[in-house]
Design a protein around this ligand. Structure first.
Ligand code: NCD
Length: 305
């Protein structure tokens, strides 16, 4: 049985197969409308979510399957003190596949030890978010036509942003990637990502604080929200929250074929005026999230159209 906990759980070949399947789903939706008939997806969300949970549920519905689950820890037996292991053991009696988001790093990994069905990590604390990475890769592939030979700027909260950590891991396996890491000093990428992923794979990278200085060199600009819920004190959050705001005046310095991504939700880091620019990909990215999750569910359940 296969789970998806860390983006590196998928080989490059498996990853490419999922992205190709997602593209086929986009091109031939009717072909897939009954693939998951009689199957159930459980979404166990111990932390807030809009896109991830609803796109998982929409994905299962569009495959002809059913969904069940909860959307906050307070509405599950976790509020009574039940362990993640027990919750998962029980839910795996009711569902064929589980997508789980948890505020504790490692909780979905622990869940795999108790589950009789595939577990998908839908975000664990400040650690990983592999299905957002699938969404990001599908978006880059559709917008740029390739996943290699790209200069990728990652901007904002690189310390706590789990989508950033997972995306860097996944992209580190492609040729000709260069990272430009744009953040305040306090929110730099964690050491383990810098040494164990970027430096270990000899990937060229820069850590800088000014977006304006580099925006003109980028093929992809991946904006992120400052992760308020992971801060120890509110004063630090308030000081750092508006470190970067992408607006039309900064965008005027960028390449005409830049792709702007953001996992969403956005707070202030992209001005609404940018939404009308053809380089803004973040709402198309949210739509891609549904298709790639359809492909992932099929893959983990071993189903074909
Ligand atoms: C991200 C997450 O939950 O990590 N959101 C998402 O899943 N699209 C990013 C964020 O919350 O800032």
């Amino acid at each position: 049985m296969k789970h998806l906990i860390d983006p590196m759980d998928l080989s490059i070949e498996e990853l490419d197969n999922i992205l190709n399947l997602a593209q086929d789903i986009i091109d031939n939706k009717e072909k897939y409308s009954e693939v998951c008939k009689g199957k159930k997806l459980a979404t166990l969300f111990f932390e807030p979510s809009t896109r991830t949970r609803l796109s998982f549920e929409a994905a299962m519905m569009e495959l002809g399957g059913n969904v069940l689950g909860f959307s906050s820890a307070s509405s599950s037996s976790s509020a009574k003190g039940e362990s993640v292991g027990d919750t998962v053991k029980v839910v795996s009696c009711y569902a064929d596949i589980i997508a789980m988001r948890h505020f504790k790093e490692g909780a979905p990994m622990l869940a795999t030890m108790k589950s009789d069905v595939p577990i998908i990590n839908a975000g664990d604390g400040g650690h990983n978010h592999p299905t957002q990475t699938l969404t990001d890769l599908l978006t880059i592939k559709r917008e740029k036509g390739r996943l290699d030979h790209l200069v990728i700027g990652l901007c904002g909260d690189l310390m706590f942003g789990r989508t950033v950590h997972s995306l860097i891991k996944a992209l580190s396996r492609y040729e000709g990637i260069e990272f430009v890491l744009i953040s305040p000093d306090e929110l730099k990428i964690p050491d383990y990502i810098r040494t164990e992923v970027i430096e270990k794979n000899n990937i060229p990278y820069r850590e800088i604080t000014s977006m304006e200085d580099v925006i003109g060199e980028l093929d992809i600009l991946y904006m992120t929200r400052v992760q308020r819920e992971r801060f120890f004190n509110e004063a630090d959050y308030i000081r750092l929250k508006d470190s970067y705001i992408l607006d039309n005046s900064k965008l005027a310095l960028a390449k005409s074929d830049l792709s702007i991504l953001h996992p969403l939700p956005r707070v202030n880091e992209i001005a609404v005026e940018v939404d009308d620019d053809p380089r803004a990909c973040y709402f198309r990215q949210a739509l891609n999230g549904k298709f790639v999750r359809m492909a992932l569910i099929m893959t983990l359940l071993g189903l074909e159209a």
